[in-house]
Design a protein around this ligand. Structure first.
Ligand code: 5GP
Length: 125
């Protein structure tokens, strides 16, 4: 079910539980501001999710409420994860679904990194 990006933060969402170590993840990056791990249901040969450590529902919530340090740390982490995976030369796609029309399903901000093949048109509707 897609989530409403204006809803309050739910402490028991699946990514909050991964951040607390209550659920496993195939982690590829971890620092003060961000955690990155493989998507459980990959939509490309490489599909990584990068999430902020703070409790933010969506891109909207994060961009409105996060501190400058959190925003800088998170954005740099997304770039670092892609760089570490060797994706700069072949290229990659970032996606942050936000709310109902985007079909965001997990109510904790996550940026998808897709890579590993030609990714085709930007949107398939
Ligand atoms: P959204 O549709 O919210 O942008 O994307 C949610 C993503 O989270 C989906 O690609 C889905 O496969 C992934 N996902 C959902 N539950 C889990 C989980 O427990 N572990 C991992 N690693 N990914 C998950």
């Amino acid at each position: 079910m897609p989530i409403d990006a204006t809803q309050p933060y739910d402490d028991n969402n699946i990514f909050a539980r991964i951040l607390r170590g209550e659920l496993p993840s195939k982690t590829v990056y971890d620092d003060e501001f961000a955690l990155a791990f493989h998507d459980i249901n990959p939509q490309a040969p490489l599909h990584i999710l990068v999430i902020p450590k703070g409790a933010y529902v969506s891109w909207d919530d994060f961009s409105a409420r996060a501190s400058d340090a959190e925003i800088a740390g998170f954005v740099r982490a997304v770039g670092q994860v892609a760089r570490d995976a060797g994706l700069v030369a072949p290229g990659y796609r970032l996606l942050a679904n936000t709310g109902l029309d985007s079909h965001q399903e997990v109510p904790h901000l996550h940026v998808h990194i897709f890579a590993g093949q030609k990714l085709g048109p930007m949107l398939a509707i």
